[in-house]
Design a protein around this ligand. Structure first.
Ligand code: TXA
Ligand code: MG
Length: 504
């Protein structure tokens, strides 16, 4: 039962973008028959309206160039409103901005006119209100008034993800964003508290799961041997597989290593904070358990603002592998972490979905030539632009120090996985889930999942683990995934898929 409405008390609201957030973004939607609701829209709005007043703000820029009339926009909104009403959903107001974004109108700028109007008319508590959209402008709407922006990867989300400030959480679906909202009632404060509790837990030698830009990590104080040992137990990870140590600043890097080559300095300059892990000679400060007894240590500075803030407050480097049971698919949301490791950490910091979505590149700078031990978020091409030619792991002699995380079988879903260049050959069997890089004209079957609206490799990689997990939970007998082109981030995606597909 929801609380009875007390009109003298200010109430929180959720402002929702229409196209790409509530309904599919089908370009210019000029008639009601073009409306296609996302399959989680109704259920999500029903759950949100128990606590929040709901508003829709929609920018219909095509009206500025005469491609659609205000009457048509109103017809579509009225039809959608009726459809939602029929399900018991009340949208308090439908605000339409008919301007081109470049016109700099007052409607949806950061201190949005619509948000202020709604706040006044409905006595809203904007500090506890949210804006959800699939476009950077949506997310920033109302920001100046304290409205907290959440960014969706539906609609145009994947295309514009690089334009969204790093401190704005991103979500794979509207339902995931709504769950986060309900768990973060005073969003800035709730996040601050989670970080503070996480930092304290780390200082106390406990485990903390936290987001990075690549995947969620399961962290412990890297300088505390007992705490680091706890990671191996929680993950059921073999002790011969060393951990990556995350740092907040270069002093910590110096503390962990015995020497830092010139090439490392250049790479750090170019890619830190970011998804590049450097393997360097270790210092005595690093406990043996962290490096699996080896003489080198793997270090990276994560880019995620919550990870950096956790590191800052903990005041110590954090050893953290991906927060999954050893050998399984890495988690790219807090929910993934809880599904596999619930009860095994003290604090789980929920920062939404990870934007890169595959693990960091592991590059060793120990030895004659730099070698990529694990392809990842920073591509070989990008590294070579900074330090010249680097080798792939395949080029190593057998006695070269291996990266044990590169076991042939890893990152695996429970459902058998096959990786192929021709996934659509399997499209006649409805028991088989098919994962393709981009939607294809020929196929409309429900068991085909496209990673990216336009086949962009970075966005496809960002959706890979999320999609593998989703499909793994759907009781298919087999998953067939399309191989990425072997370039850029595609190398990392193929590496993970091949390992995930390998027989155990
Ligand atoms: O993106 C990432 O790297 C994520 C996030 C949480 O930062 N972490 C991650 O950690 O993927 P993990 O433990 O799942 O993978 C670490 C990889 C393994 O392949 C491990 O063998 C390798 O790094 N590694 C760690 N220390 C090493 C060392 N001293 N020499 C060679 N390889 C090392
Ligand atoms: Mg949109």
């Amino acid at each position: 039962m929801s609380e009875p409405l007390n009109i003298s008390e200010s109430r929180p609201a959720v402002f929702l973008d229409r196209d790409g957030t509530l309904i599919e973004d089908a370009g210019i939607i000029s008639s009601p028959d073009q409306i296609v609701l996302f399959n989680d829209t109704i259920e999500t709005l029903l759950s949100l309206q128990k606590q929040f007043l709901l508003f829709v703000i929609t920018n219909q820029g095509a009206a500025a160039s005469g491609l659609i009339s205000c009457k048509q926009i109103a017809e579509v909104n009225e039809a959608l409103s009726r459809e939602l009403n029929a399900e018991g959903i009340i949208i308090e107001e439908w605000y339409v901005c008919p301007h081109d974004r470049a016109d700099n109108c007052d409607c949806i700028k950061p201190n949005s006119y619509f948000v202020l109007e709604a706040a006044e008319k409905y006595n809203l508590d904007l500090q506890r209100s949210y804006m959800i959209g699939d476009h950077p402008h949506d997310v920033l709407t109302g920001e100046a008034e304290g409205v907290f922006g959440l960014y969706l990867l539906t609609g145009h989300g994947l295309r514009h993800i690089n334009e969204v400030p790093l401190d704005k959480p991103v979500f794979h679906t509207l339902a995931a964003a709504a769950e986060w909202i309900i768990q973060h009632p005073d969003p800035r404060k709730t996040l601050q508290e989670a970080i503070r509790d996480g930092a304290q837990a780390l200082k106390d030698g406990k485990l903390v799961a936290f987001p990075t830009e690549t995947v969620y990590g399961l962290g412990a104080d890297a300088l505390n041997e007992t705490a680091a040992a706890g990671i191996f137990i929680a993950k059921k990870r073999p002790l011969n597989d060393p951990l990556i140590v995350h740092v907040h600043n270069l002093e910590q890097l110096e503390q962990l290593t015995s020497s830092i080559p010139e090439s490392a300095v250049k790479l750090i300059d170019a890619f830190w904070p970011g998804p590049l892990t450097l393997v360097l000679p270790k210092s005595p400060a690093v406990p043996d358990i962290v490096t699996a007894g080896g003489s080198t240590v793997a270090v990276r500075m994560p880019q995620h603002p919550l990870a950096l803030e956790l590191l800052r407050q903990a005041g110590t480097p954090i050893a953290a592998p991906s927060a999954n049971v050893f050998g399984k698919t890495s988690p790219t949301t807090a929910k993934h972490v809880a599904e596999q490791l619930s009860g095994r950490y003290e604090v789980l910091i929920d920062g939404g979905a990870c934007r890169v979505g595959v693990e960091s590149t592991v590059l060793t700078l120990v030895g004659e030539k730099p070698v990529i031990l694990r392809p990842g978020g920073i591509t070989k091409e990008e590294i070579e632009q900074v330090i010249g030619s680097v080798a792939d792991r395949g080029e190593l002699s057998e006695n070269h120090m291996a990266s044990p995380g590169l076991l042939p079988s890893h990152y695996a879903p429970s459902t058998p996985l096959v990786v192929t260049d021709t996934p659509l050959k399997f499209c006649n069997d409805e028991h088989i889930a098919i994962i393709v890089l981009q939607p294809s004209e020929e196929i409309f079957r429900g068991s085909v999942f496209a990673l990216s609206p336009d086949g962009d490799l970075r966005s496809a990689a960002a959706m890979l683990y999320q999609t593998l997990r989703l499909v793994d939970g759907m009781h298919f007998t087999m998953i067939v995934a399309e191989r990425f082109p072997d370039k850029g981030i595609g190398v990392a995606a193929n590496d993970r898929m091949t390992r995930a597909a390998a027989k155990k």
